[in-house]
Design a protein around this ligand. Structure first.
Ligand code: SAH
Length: 347
């Protein structure tokens, strides 16, 4: 094995200039993959955790330039799920073996803190053995705390990019990296298991930005790291920008597995969208989580963050079966445990 990959595996770190080399060449890719797979097997065997994703609203008050459900997209047909509909998704998911429910949505003011807490505590009351994950964007410390007290235990909030100037080229001025960062540290302090992450190949991204992302993740030390390619959406300001590259996403998954041996690393929907075997390739390069869609079929194609998003035409049960088959074909096994990060201290 090359000294570079040996060092990354042993020290879980490299210098900036070594990272730059590693990120900009494909010569290490195969040994990086092998090392990442070896490390994931050391900690997780062949286990792949599943998270049931419930996309409960596509209304959004934000206007992120990359995102298909941004408020300025007049073509997006908007929807909201009722509490009862969300509970039905959970019921179906529980029967299918899910023990984590992820409630994701746009930043929709209809769902006041009171409504979110009401939904969370209803799920908590019915499924005391399950993890409840929220992914509803930037909120105040007090709001995050109230959701936690209502029974939520995990929160996904990608940092998107750790370079403030790059952040400002992906978002309108009311959104700042500084606040994103504060939100992530607030969530940790409250006691959530936290997921951060970034898009690979977003417009204007450089190798230096990616190194900043890796450094930020070392500082935050999240329980989960979600990365996937940037994929353009036709009705956004970034419609003409090229999609992220598969090779670079896989390279980053490998690096992240070696830097964070115990982290939860999803093979994301965006990765599955960019290549028919994208998720299998991700799993073979250190990823250990998949997040099948539990949203009702009728709203699937309305939660369109980017063009051609997969699994929009399937029933939940079908999308779970397909994904389990893909996981098996890659040489791994879906498990129905809650799947808290191994290093983790509390739920
Ligand atoms: N409103 C929530 C959920 C956003 S959707 C929040 O802000 O956290 C979840 C993730 O999808 C985003 O964090 C972003 O990284 C990703 N995403 C959005 N648009 C995308 C695109 N065009 N290509 C790839 N990923 C995208």
């Amino acid at each position: 094995m090359s000294e570079m990959i040996q060092k990354l595996r042993a020290a879980q770190n490299l210098t900036d200039s070594e990272l730059k080399t590693l990120l900009e060449t494909d010569v290490y890719d195969e040994e990086l993959r092998l090392a990442a797979d070896a490390v994931r097997r050391e900690h997780y065997g062949t286990d792949v955790y599943i998270r049931g994703l419930i996309e409960f609203t596509n209304y959004c008050k934000n206007d992120c330039y990359y995102c298909g459900i941004r408020r300025s997209n007049r073509c997006a047909e908007r929807y909201r799920l009722t509490k009862e509909e969300i509970l039905e998704c959970c019921e179906e998911g529980y029967a299918l073996g899910f023990r984590t429910f992820v409630l994701q949505g746009g930043e929709d003011p209809y769902y006041t803190d009171e409504r979110i807490c009401d939904i969370v505590s209803a799920i908590r009351g019915r499924y005391p053995d399950c993890a409840i994950t929220l992914s509803i964007g930037e909120k105040s410390h007090d709001s995050y705390k109230s959701y936690f007290e209502a029974g939520a235990n995990r929160y996904l909030l990608r940092h998107e990019t750790a370079n403030a100037e790059h952040y400002s080229r992906l978002h309108p001025s009311e959104l700042t990296f500084e606040n994103r960062r504060k939100c992530l540290f607030d969530l940790k302090e409250i006691g959530y298991q936290v997921g951060a992450g970034f898009m690979v190949g977003s417009p204007f991204q450089t190798t230096e930005h990616l190194i900043a992302d890796l450094r930020f993740l070392q500082e935050l030390s999240p329980d989960m790291i979600g990365i996937g390619p940037f994929l353009s959406h036709k009705d956004t300001p970034f419609s003409d920008y090229p999609n992220g590259e598969l090779k670079l996403v896989l390279r980053l998954l490998g690096i992240l597995r070696l830097m964070h041996p115990q982290v939860l690393l999803p093979a994301t929907t965006a990765l599955g969208t960019m290549h028919p075997q994208g998720r299998e390739l991700g799993l073979r390069t250190g990823a250990n989580v998949v997040m099948p869609n539990l949203s009702p079929k009728s709203v699937r194609e309305k939660y369109m963050l980017y063009d051609n998003k997969i699994s929009t035409g399937e029933e939940s049960a079908q999308s779970v079966r397909n994904l389990s088959a893909q996981v098996q074909a890659a040489g791994y096994r879906v498990v129905t445990a809650r799947g808290d990060a191994k290093s983790y201290r509390k739920s």
